[in-house]
Design a protein around this ligand. Structure first.
Ligand code: PLP
Length: 460
């Protein structure tokens, strides 16, 4: 990168999230300047299909004018107001109503109220604090520990990072905090035993969970967090019967379940919620990302009646629910989210994902299942992954030091594709939900060429 280019200025000034900061001083950034539909363009004018919608989030693509207009209208009408001490405004009220109308069945009935934050991490931190607050209301302050899952991802603020079950988010940050524990990842591909059915594997996952609960003491455990499909952990799809088996254990010990729908919410899995796809009845539901198609930051925490009652009782006793962000329910992102949900209704987002998702899943398998570098192809709706392995028979991954996934991402870039490599060289797909069948074919054509080129490089 030379002189006063964007790349040189980036290297000189930006401390990047999720980046090898030292290497970046040499390699520099990929600077994106604009988007159209499922595509983005860099500062050299090169076009890419965005296979992960940015960060699993730009569901309506990169140029939706209605979302722009919704933001502009709201900025003119009321650019800022807040929800502290009972203040309110129309976008916050309407968005809460719309989310409750669309919410999945909750444990014990239905979702009762919505709290707004600005990111998935903040929403998960909020859920943890609500759970502790509720247990204080229920007179059992020692019931505090939080269970996450290996390879689970719930964000990076200190509590959310503690629930996250990925080494990169723990190493050198001194998390997890005490009291945050992790149960096994339900990866049937790697952890299923020879001859074991998916149902039997799910039962074993539930037994493992129960063992952990009993070892720690059920009276010390407050909640479990789970993504319907583990996204950033490599698109780990739950085996058949998994969540019903897990929920049975949690209910036995009165442990709350938080569904982290930050990736799976709003149609991604072919139902409005991942919870509906996998028979989850959460006590608390967290969503973000596609809530506003990520045009502006906003997240939400929905709580069921029982949790709300506890929060209400305790806050009355103390005098306030002492938690909230300046931007909780900010009117401009809320207005964009309202418009986003209206568009989802108008284009029948669930019907669309079912139709093009069936095509996507079939093509992903048809094209790559037999590829010599591919161990497993998995996914549902418009979320999927291709996992690269060194040995298909033994299901053995490449040595991480070879950075095979990162190599593929680099090659794919040259072929006009922005891809994402995750743990165990799993390449994730989560394109904008508006993607069409021809665009899916074009995306997978490009991916196939990149994969074949990787195979040639590896053989060398
Ligand atoms: N939860 C899940 C399932 C996520 O995938 C993410 C982000 O990728 C988060 C939480 C954290 O969200 P944020 O990056 O907005 O803090």
């Amino acid at each position: 990168p030379m002189g006063n280019s964007a790349a040189a200025r980036d290297i000189a000034s930006v401390l990047h999230p999720y980046t090898d900061l030292k290497a970046h001083q040499e390699t520099g950034p990929l600077v994106i300047t604009r988007g159209k539909g499922v595509r983005v363009y860099d500062d050299q004018g090169k076009e890419y299909i965005e296979t992960v919608a940015g960060l699993w989030c730009a569901a309506l693509g990169f140029d939706n004018e209605r979302l722009v207009q919704a933001a502009v209208r709201q900025m003119r009408a009321l650019p800022f107001y807040h929800g502290f001490t009972g203040r309110s405004h129309e976008p916050m009220i309407q968005l809460a109503e719309m989310l409750l109308e669309r919410a999945p069945a909750a444990h014990g009935g239905r979702m009762s109220k919505v709290f707004f934050a600005n990111s998935g991490s903040e929403a998960n931190d909020t859920a943890i604090k609500m759970i502790w607050y509720a247990n204080n209301a229920w007179g059992r302050p020692q019931k505090k520990k939080i269970i996450g899952r290996v390879r689970g991802y719930h964000g990076i603020t200190i509590a959310a990072a503690s629930v996250t079950g990925q080494a990169a988010n723990h190493k050198a940050f001194d998390v997890p905090l005490p009291g945050f524990i992790h149960t096994m990842c339900p990866t049937y591909y790697h952890a299923g035993l020879p001859g074991e059915t998916e149902e039997a594997f799910s039962a074993r996952c539930a037994e493992e969970l129960e063992k952990l609960i009993l070892a720690e003491g059920p009276e010390t455990i407050a909640a479990m967090f789970a993504e319907p499909i583990q996204g950033a952990g490599g698109v780990v799809v739950p085996p058949r019967g998994y969540f019903p088996a897990i929920q049975k254990v949690l209910r036995k010990y009165d442990i709350l379940l938080v569904a982290d729908e930050v990736i799976c919410g709003f149609g991604r899995t072919g139902n409005y919620w991942g919870s509906q796809t996998y028979d989850i009845e959460p006590d608390i539901l967290v969503c973000a990302k596609a809530l506003s198609s990520s045009y502006l930051p906003i997240s939400a925490v929905m709580v069921n009646e029982r949790v709300f009652e506890a929060l209400a009782t305790k806050s009355h006793e103390i005098g306030t629910f002492g938690h909230g962000f300046t931007y909780s329910g900010h009117p401009v992102p809320a207005a964009v989210a309202i418009e986003t949900l209206k568009i989802y209704d108008e284009i029948d987002i669930v019907g669309h994902v079912r139709e093009v998702g069936a095509h996507f899943q079939a093509e992903l398998r048809r094209r790559f299942h037999e590829h010599p570098l591919v161990g497993e192809v998995r996914g549902i709706g418009l979320i999927g992954a291709v996992e690269l392995v060194e040995d298909r028979e033994a299901r053995r991954n490449f040595d991480p030091a070879r950075k095979v996934g990162a190599k593929l991402v680099k090659i794919a870039e040259a072929h006009g594709l922005i891809c994402r490599a995750m743990v165990l060289d799993s390449i994730g797909f989560s394109p904008p939900l508006i993607i069409t069948k021809p665009e899916i074919d074009e995306m997978l054509d490009r991916f196939g060429r990149a994969l074949d080129e990787l195979a040639v490089q590896i053989r060398r």
